[in-house]
Every structure is written in C-alpha cells, then in structure tokens.
Design a protein around this ligand. Structure first.
Ligand code: C2E
Ligand code: CA
Ligand code: CA
Length: 473
C-alpha cells in the first residue's frame, strides 16, 4: 500500500468543508439552500479550503481558549510549528497542482500521527501547526515529532514521481515560554529557524538562548544601519611577514565595530548579518576606500610594503559597479592596482558561472590581485584553479593548527608545491608559534600572517611597525 492509499483509509481525517448537502454549482434559490450557503461561508472563515483544516484565525481562537483553560487546570501544552523544507522546489519542479496535492496528503499524514487532545491547522502556504492541549512530559512532544519524521521517510507519490518531504519544526511550551498566543507563535518561529539553520529536517524546542540570539541579531541589524554615519567602524591591519628576512610583504585590512549598546562586535558575527541585510555593500565600499586611502598615506611616508588586501563578500561582487568601484578607488588615491589584493573565499567559486569568471578576469587584467582566502575549507571543486585568475592562496588556520600531524603536513606540502607550479604566492594564516614557522619554512612557505608575528593592529600601531621595519633596512 502506498502512502496515498494509506492516508485514504485513515478515518481520523475528516474534512468539514466537504458538506455533500451543499452543491456549489447550483443557484441559491430556496431558503434552505440560502441557509446552507450561509453555513458554508461561515465554515470558510474557519477552515482552509484546500486541506479542510482549521485556518490560522481559527487556530488562534482555539489556542486562546486552551490558554484560558490552562490558567485553571495548571497543565502544560505546546505549539508545534512546521514548515515544509524546500516547498518552493516542489512547486517549481512538479507545478502548483502537484504542490497542492502534496499539501493535502501532508496534512492527512500529520493528522494521522496526532492523538486526541491535539489538533492540526494550516496557518499559511506550507506552514502548519499542531496545538497540543496538554502533556505531562516533553518526551511526549518529542515522540510525536519523531513519529512524524518516521512517517515522512516514505515518499509521496505525485504523478509518476516519488517526492520526499522533510519538515523543520519549532516548538513553544505554555505556560513556560508565554501565555500569549502571538508570542508563542513567534517563539515557535525562532525555534523553527534554528532548525533550518541546523540543516533542516529537525525540531527545536524554544529556549531563552534562542530569544537572546534573536534580540541580539535584531539589535545588530538596526545599529549596523548607522555604523558608518556614526563613525563606529574602524580598520585593524594585520601584517604579512616574510619569515626569511622579517620584512613586511603586505597587510590585511580587517573590520572592527564598536557600538554604544553592543560594545565591540566581532566581524565574524556582524558580517554574516550585514550580508543578510545588504548593508555589506556600503560597509564593503567603506573599507575599500579607507584602506586604500591609508595605503596611499603610508606609501607617501616611504614605508616599505607591497600589498594591501581587503576581504570581499559574494554580495558585493553581484553589484553591477563592483569592478568600477575597485578601480575608481585605486585611481582616487593613486594606488597602483597591483598593490591592491581582494580576498575571496572558495564559497564564491562554488557557482563559478561564466559571468563571474569574466568579472574576475577583467578585475585581474586591470592589475588587481586576487587571493583565495581560507583555502582548503570551502569544499569546492579544485577545477576552479584552472578557470579563475589567482595570484595568492591563503592556507587556512585549521591546517596550521594540526601541522604536527603527518597527513596534514603532506597536505600542506602538496598545496605549496601546487602553488609553486601554478605560480601562486602562498600565505599561511593563523601561525602562532615558532615551531609552526620553522615547520612551514621547511615546507617552503615563508610568508606568514598570524599572532606569532603580530595580531591585527590599530592604525597607529601598524604605522609604528612599518616605521621600525623601514628604519631597520
Ligand atoms: P579572515 O579573512 O580569515 O581573517 C583572518 C582572521 O583570523 C582575523 O579575524 C584575524 O584576527 C584572525 N587571525 C589572524 N591570525 C591569527 C592567529 O594567529 N590566531 C588566531 N586565533 N586568529 C588569527 P577577525 O579580524 O576577527 O575576522 C574574522 C573574519 O571576519 C575574517 O576572517 C573575514 O572573513 C571577516 N572579515 C573581517 N573584515 C572583513 C571585511 O572588511 N569584509 C568582509 N567581507 N569580511 C571581513
Ligand atoms: Ca581574509
Ligand atoms: Ca582567512
């Protein structure tokens, strides 16, 4: 028996909208039919027409009633919010009719999983919720979630294809998390996003840590909007040192953000948020401009270094004026393009389409250097090494951390040999000890960026270092 047949046999599924005594196709003539019509319209305000399940407003009414009862009986209840993973792909691949059938079958399947004392509703599109009126132990809720995942292991049959469905779930508990229906749904939503973040097809029970993270992210989003205007951004510079002669090869410009409400926020935290909001474009342009201005000032003072590099987010590269901006900034401060290096990660190259390769070629043909950042961590196909113009590979810190490991050493040596054959410069990042420097020198890599030589430095400390090294010559 396939899944569709199994569901048809499930007596529990009862669509209230399929009232046989009312035939929509016939005109409303008699008082009887008028009355039936009014009843039908009333049902439509409560039930979803596709699945026959309670709709979102009726669900909220039910939830509020249950919350009222909870005040008296002191029982715990739960809202399990479900979102079908990649539902858009189902509509795109099989069409909207098939998408609708899946929603119907899905709702029937979930209805078959829940016991008396729980109710399913369709809130919106591919979002559903189960209201569990009461439970004694959270294990009961987890068992229900696992039962749903077990049932979903079997594919749905759509036309002649088999479609596998997974769901991400977020759970909030009353009265523990809240006694407010809106808030409970909002908490479910946060927990559901956490499930999506964990890789989908899983459930998450809401907790205060999720709430704190949400509020912090919301605050970062709003404060970041004015970070440039309020002069809150700064740049630290981390030198890249040639271990053979202790000279500075160049430096990487790294963003720093200090905010009244949030204190110092690490770029590892705020850059992904700025990428989500799109603010990374303005912030990215800001750091390119300021770093090149600073490079010009230091060159004017006669300090010796050959490169300044800036990290570039994939979002920036999508902007139509990206290349022009880079070249205009070089021209504005009279910095030769070959003095400037952009760092991109392998992630950018996963979908290295023709346009992207052309853009990188144009940038490189204009003299700007391209470095592959965090090399070896992006799980990307090495074939991009053939298509993309590359000047520098930056070997990621994770390789250096385990440099004592025999296989790791072989891997580093291979990357270094590959880079030499392909005429790439190599920089090793995250080098913290003398032993690591010596081992790397033995493997043929001498350009080091890491705490062993220097942490990222504020402008004045970087200037002092440049001055010292220039005077030593
Ligand atoms: P990244 O580009 O890989 O930068 C290197 C990071 O490693 C820096 O962290 C640096 O402080 C740290 N680091 C360098 N040497 C060592 C070491 O020896 N030991 C340890 N433990 N860490 C070391 P930071 O400055 O916190 O930056 C984190 C990430 O944020 C950067 O990683 C980069 O991906 C991103 N980021 C920073 N500035 C920008 C920017 O202007 N634009 C974009 N798109 N991303 C940026
Ligand atoms: Ca970098
Ligand atoms: Ca890096």
């Amino acid at each position: 028996m396939n899944k569709s047949e199994k569901i048809k046999l499930n007596k529990k599924y009862n669509c209230k909208l399929k009232d046989e005594s009312f035939d929509e196709s016939k005109p409303i003539e008699s008082t009887y039919r008028k009355q039936k019509f009014e009843e039908y319209v009333k049902l439509l305000t409560k039930y979803d027409i596709l699945t026959g399940l309670p709709n979102s407003s009726y669900f909220f009414k039910k939830l509020n009633n249950t919350l009222e009862k909870t005040k008296i009986n002191n029982k715990k209840g739960a809202v399990i919010y479900m979102d079908i993973d990649n539902y858009k792909a189902i509509n795109d691949n099989w069409g909207y009719c098939a998408g609708d059938s899946i929603l119907k079958l899905f709702s029937q399947l979930i209805n078959g999983c829940i016991e008396d004392g729980a109710e399913l509703a369709r809130l919106n599109g591919d979002e559903f919720a189960i209201l569990v009126h009461e439970f004694n132990n959270i294990i009961e809720i987890e068992e229900l979630c696992n039962k749903i995942y077990k049932e979903l292991e079997e594919p749905f049959k759509v036309i002649d294809d088999e479609v596998h469905i997974t769901v991400s779930m977020g759970i909030s508990i009353f009265p523990d998390n809240s006694m407010n229906a809106d808030e409970l749904l909002r908490f479910c939503d946060f927990a559901m996003y956490k499930s999506k973040h964990k890789g989908k097809c899983t459930y998450t029970v809401f907790n205060n840590e999720i709430l704190d993270k949400y509020y912090r992210e919301a605050l970062i989003k709003s404060e970041l909007k004015n970070a440039i205007n309020n002069d809150e951004l700064d740049i630290f510079y981390q030198p890249q040192i040639n271990a053979l002669n202790n000279q500075i090869r160049g430096m990487e410009a790294l963003l720093r953000w200090s905010n009244d409400k949030l204190g110092n926020v690490s770029p590892a935290e705020f850059i992904p948020i700025a990428e989500k909001t799109g603010d990374i474009v303005n912030i990215g342009n800001w750091i390119i401009d300021k770093a090149l201005e600073q490079a010009f000032i230091w060159k004017e003072k006669g300090y010796k270094f050959d490169h300044i590099s800036v990290n570039i987010s994939p979002i920036q590269m999508k902007k139509i004026d990206f290349k022009e901006n880079l070249l205009n900034s070089c021209a504005k401060y009279d910095v030769p393009p070959n003095f400037f290096e952009i760092e991109i990660t392998e992630g950018i190259l996963i979908d290295a389409c023709k346009e992207k390769i052309e853009l990188l070629n144009e940038i490189n043909n204009n003299g700007i250097n391209i470095a592959i950042d965090d090399f070896g961590t992006g799980y990307s196909s090495l074939s991009y090494l053939i298509n993309i113009p590359i000047n520098t590979l930056k070997i990621d810190k994770t390789f250096i951390d385990n440099i004592e490991n025999y296989k790791n050493k072989i891997l580093i040596r291979s990357i270094i040999n590959l880079s030499k054959d392909l005429k790439y410069n190599i920089i090793t990042e995250g080098v913290e000890t003398k032993e690591q420097v010596n081992l790397l020198a033995g493997l043929g890599c001498n350009i080091i960026q890491g705490f062993y030589f220097s942490k990222p430095l504020p402008k004045y400390e970087m200037e002092a270092l440049l001055k010292n090294i220039s005077e030593m010559k």
